[in-house]
Design a protein around this ligand. Structure first.
Ligand code: 13P
Length: 233
């Protein structure tokens, strides 16, 4: 196996904005982030990928803002249709999403809980994302949940830690993530659940944690920037 030096290893700071922000709030986020980014010399930590995942209808505005402001941020979607384009009212397909996004979250626990998404459906979504060249960020609540083949990025998000202010401990997150990696032969696994600017570095220090998927604390540009700066690589 070719060993990857710490400098070559990519890590991920991903903001899942969930059903938050109007269009003007989305623009304000990027404008404020750009101002702050300029004040620190337009530099982001080497090897750190910054990704935000707005709601579908704000992907275009986000895309424009990122280009205009020359920000080193990539876009992700929060979901994807399990169908190709056609008569599926309300669905947004991979072929439509790929015009804006490089990534797509699939299987978030809120989709499993509130929209009854099950493994069979999630396998279809992951396959369609892959077909369109969209990188899947596949969420699981533990190390037992099955993961579709070909998924390269997984996010371990224990339900008790989501939006509660009570994260899993860095030690336990490291342990579960190591199990997920060895059981599924996956090399990129992130942690998500109550991450903020004060605790992020404790997770980035762990050997097997390749980054974080953040909800609440990713909504504010200052907090997102602080997380970027505190994500020790
Ligand atoms: P919080 O960061 O608000 O706990 O949300 C985590 C999450 O669900 C990210 O997908």
């Amino acid at each position: 196996m070719v060993s990857i030096s710490p400098k070559e290893r990519k890590k991920y700071l991903i903001g899942n904005w969930k059903s938050n922000k109007t269009k003007s709030q989305v623009s304000a986020f990027f404008q404020e982030f750009a101002q702050k980014f300029k004040s620190i010399g337009n530099k982001k930590p080497e090897g750190l990928e910054l990704i935000v995942c707005p709601v579908f209808i704000h992907l275009e505005e986000s895309y424009k803002q990122i280009i205009d402001l020359k920000l080193p941020i990539l876009l992700g979607a929060q979901d994807i249709s399990p169908f190709e384009m056609g008569a599926f009212t309300g669905e947004v397909t991979g072929s439509q999403l790929k015009e804006y996004v490089s990534f797509c979250i699939i299987g978030h626990s809120e989709r499993r809980k509130y929209f009854a998404e099950d493994d069979a459906l999630l396998v279809k979504k992951a396959a369609l994302a892959k077909r369109e060249g969209i990188e899947v960020i596949y969420c699981v609540p533990d190390s037992l949940t099955s993961i579709p083949k070909d998924v390269k990025i997984v996010a371990y998000e224990p339900v008790f830690a989501i939006g509660t202010g009570t994260p899993d401990t860095p030690d336990n997150a490291q342990k579960v993530i190591k199990e997920i990696k060895s059981k599924n032969n996956i090399s990129l696994v992130l942690y998500g659940g109550s991450i903020n600017k004060d605790n992020i570095s404790k997770y980035f220090e762990k050997e097997d944690i390749d980054g974080v998927l953040v909800g609440t604390s990713s909504l504010d540009p200052d907090s997102f920037m602080q997380m970027m700066l505190n994500a020790a690589l």
